[in-house]
Design a protein around this ligand. Structure first.
Ligand SMILES: Cc1ncc(COP(=O)(O)O)c(C=O)c1O
Length: 380
């Protein structure tokens, strides 16, 4: 495979998602032989594949420490927070968070922006009192609700939000401040997409499979003062943050390859001008796509202005007569597929269409989709 790997398909999948060609290239190289340094083809490797080295070996220690360092220096996670690479996806965090951060007698507070927050809420309810302090359910999760007044969650163990809802295509314009109540954020689908006020976040988590690499690694960052908090009730050792923080990310065998690819992704992000550089490109891509949808008389974006995601753009063919919508959506998807535009089917809970345009998704692919939408409308 060459560095100029030709891309025949524009992959709009919501995750696992497209990665940059340079990252595929370097990951493939590491499967043959791991190199610890930069991109120099002359640089000697370690004589072994990333897939065969021990997670307790010095080369892997360099990988995990390097990945941690890049989370701080490239993403901007402050040194007050411990970075961990865990397993079990964001879904395991839905359970680990209430297990570890609940105080006896104090409810956990959640803002419900649909689907993923709803699942996080359900897990918390299994473990103790849980309050939904704001929700956009009544409008079909088409927006981020207003931040509730501080009194609504003042006595809570923590307040949980989902920074970007992958399914409904809504995103908080910025991370809100929750005062003295620890803010917990599911950043799975917009981590690294823009500069983020990490100092407002007590615990953040993200499955890697959108902006950070392959599935099977979950980035968790937790304020160090919260790690040692004794959980309420019995929490198995493996499910405690303190266990994973002791010898960071190496309590048991981690996803060694996944952590390497996450490191390569952060290296790549640094080369794109970091979160500020990529944010400008993400904004341009989103503006082009929302612009085309807003101009269209056929397409109706799901998210309201002010809540629109930079990463996941969801829309329906709501401009068509209702009886024709389903068939038209099917035709859109079939023709898009034939034109090399893949992964545009909306999530089954919303229907319609969705384009995920994560950090690694090229602007040229957005241009192709915009042209396709205009052409489809002309023919419909
Ligand atoms: C915002 C958000 N949270 C949580 C999840 C669940 O992640 P995982 O499959 O890693 O458990 C997803 C998956 O797409 C997501 O988009």
């Amino acid at each position: 495979m060459s560095a100029a790997r030709s891309r025949k398909i524009w992959n709009f999948s919501a995750g696992p998602a497209i990665l940059p060609p340079e990252v595929f290239e370097r990951a493939a190289e590491a499967i043959h032989e791991l190199k610890l340094g930069g991109h120099d083809p002359e640089e000697p490797g370690i004589g072994m594949s990333i897939l065969e080295i021990s997670h307790r070996s010095p080369p892997f220690d360099a990988v995990v420490k390097g990945a941690e360092e890049l989370c701080h220096s490239v993403l901007g996670i402050p040194s007050s927070h411990q970075v961990l690479f865990l397993q079990g996806g964001a879904s395991l965090q839905f359970a680990m968070i209430p297990m570890n951060l609940r105080h006896a007698e104090r409810p956990a507070a959640y803002i419900d922006t649909g689907a993923w927050s709803t699942k996080a809420i359900a897990e918390s309810k299994l473990l103790g009192p849980t309050e939904v302090v704001a929700s956009s359910a009544s409008t079909g999760f088409d927006r981020i609700p207003a931040m509730p007044p501080a009194e609504a969650y003042a006595g809570a163990s923590y307040l949980h939000i989902t920074s970007n809802n992958t399914i409904f295509g809504t995103e908080w314009a910025q991370i809100p401040s929750s005062g003295a109540v620890p803010l917990v954020v599911d950043c799975s689908s917009d981590i690294g997409a823009r500069a983020t006020a990490y100092d407002r976040i007590a615990l953040g988590y993200a499955g890697a499979q959108k902006n950070l690499g392959p599935s099977g690694v979950t980035l968790v960052f937790i304020r160090k003062d919260l790690i040692g908090r004794e959980p309420v009730g019995v929490v198995p050792k493996y499910l405690r943050y303190s266990t994973h923080a002791k010898d960071p990310s190496l309590f048991n065998t981690p996803n060694t390859f996944g952590i390497l690819v996450l490191k390569l992704m952060l290296d790549w992000l640094r080369g794109q001008g970091g979160v500020t550089g990529i944010a400008a490109r993400n904004q341009r891509k989103a503006d082009k796509l929302y612009g085309a949808l807003d101009q269209s008389s056929l397409c109706v974006p799901h998210a309201q202005i002010g809540s629109r995601s930079l990463m996941n753009v969801a829309w329906t063919l709501g401009g068509a007569p209702e009886a024709e919508r389903e068939a038209l959506t099917k035709r859109f998807l079939a023709e898009a597929d034939a034109a090399g535009l893949s992964g545009l089917k909306g999530h089954r809970s919303v229907g319609g269409l969705r384009a995920s345009i994560y950090n690694a998704f090229p602007e040229a692919g957005v241009d192709v989709l915009v042209e396709f939408i205009r052409e489809f409308e002309r023919r419909s």
